[in-house]
Design a protein around this ligand. Structure first.
Ligand SMILES: [Zn+2]
Length: 295
């Protein structure tokens, strides 16, 4: 009895993940020798291709938490889709918000299990690095829509060459594109005569700025670059206010809003589309499951 229940649990887990878990071997068997696998890159992906295109990819890091729902409310009212870089231990505390993000058409992405600074300690202990990425993958993948792609952003932007080799050796995690950097939202910058020329939300809140003030920095940097990947966070009291201050004017100005999987620049890192016929080949992914994950 127990054994069959266990087996069923495995099957359910696999079928939930199957549409997402592309398998390089299966593609290879179909004579696609030049198949470009999505792989973790040795350095951060700085070039988004969105500057000077009047196109914006809003990205919200570090959630979900109790404030993230307000950000989702604002995006819904404006009919804007974004990408949310999820931290695993936050998702565990707010599973309802996690589910809502994807249900409302936003893209879930991976921002590590504990928001650890991925420094050299993680090269010395590869299992710890794998756990940081795999943990979140197993939380978000079953919730994502068929065809959604996987993206990773490193906490604090900290990354090392050696991380790529470790993660790309994993048959599931090698389907990630990352680490994804940003064009807008990295730091506060002021002009000589006191104008906020650029802003980073966590720095704004630390300085006690209102959303309105912080928004000036974001809006000016976006207009100056005429688009880009925008770094924000969805976890602060003023996060939703910032969105409401920044986005409507840009919509008026004809800016287009995209998720990361709608950006041509990142296609070069992606796995080729997998045929529908492969979607049912769930048992191939058994190897990717650790015994402790089989419930
Ligand atoms: Zn972060």
């Amino acid at each position: 009895m127990r054994k069959s229940a266990l087996a069923l649990g495995v099957l359910l887990t696999l079928s939930a993940a199957a549409p997402l878990a592309a398998d390089g071997a299966a593609d290879g068997a179909k004579s696609k020798p030049k198949a470009q696998l999505a792989l973790f890159q040795q350095g951060s992906i700085f070039h988004s291709g969105l500057r000077n295109t009047h196109t914006i990819a809003l990205t919200f890091d570090d959630g979900p938490n109790a404030r993230t729902g307000e950000v989702l409310d604002a995006l819904k009212e404006m009919n804007v889709k974004a990408t949310f870089f999820i931290v695993g231990n936050q998702a565990r505390r707010h599973p309802d918000v996690l589910a809502r993000i994807t249900r409302e058409g936003h893209l879930l992405a991976n921002h590590s299990a504990t928001h650890a600074k991925l420094n050299s300690r993680f090269d010395e202990d590869p299992e710890r690095l794998l756990d940081q990425v795999r943990g979140v993958h197993e939380q978000i993948a079953p919730l994502m829509a068929r065809g959604d792609k996987f993206y990773f952003r490193a906490p604090y932007g900290t990354w090392r060459n050696a991380h790529a080799d470790i993660l790309n050796a994993d048959p599931e995690l090698r389907h990630y594109v990352g680490p994804i950097y940003w064009d807008v939202g990295g730091a506060i910058s002021m002009s000589g005569d006191g104008y906020v020329m650029a802003a980073a939300d966590w720095q704004c809140w630390r300085r006690g700025w209102e959303a309105r003030t912080c928004a000036k920095g974001y809006s000016r940097e976006i207009r100056r670059k005429d688009g880009g990947v925008v770094l924000m966070h969805s976890i602060h009291l003023r996060s939703a206010g910032l969105v409401r201050q920044v986005v409507p004017a840009l919509i008026e100005e004809g800016y287009r809003f995209v998720r990361l999987d709608q950006m041509p620049e990142y296609r070069q890192y992606e796995t080729p589309e997998r045929g529908m016929a492969d979607a049912g080949k769930a048992p191939q992914h058994l190897a990717a499951l650790r015994p402790e994950d089989i419930k």
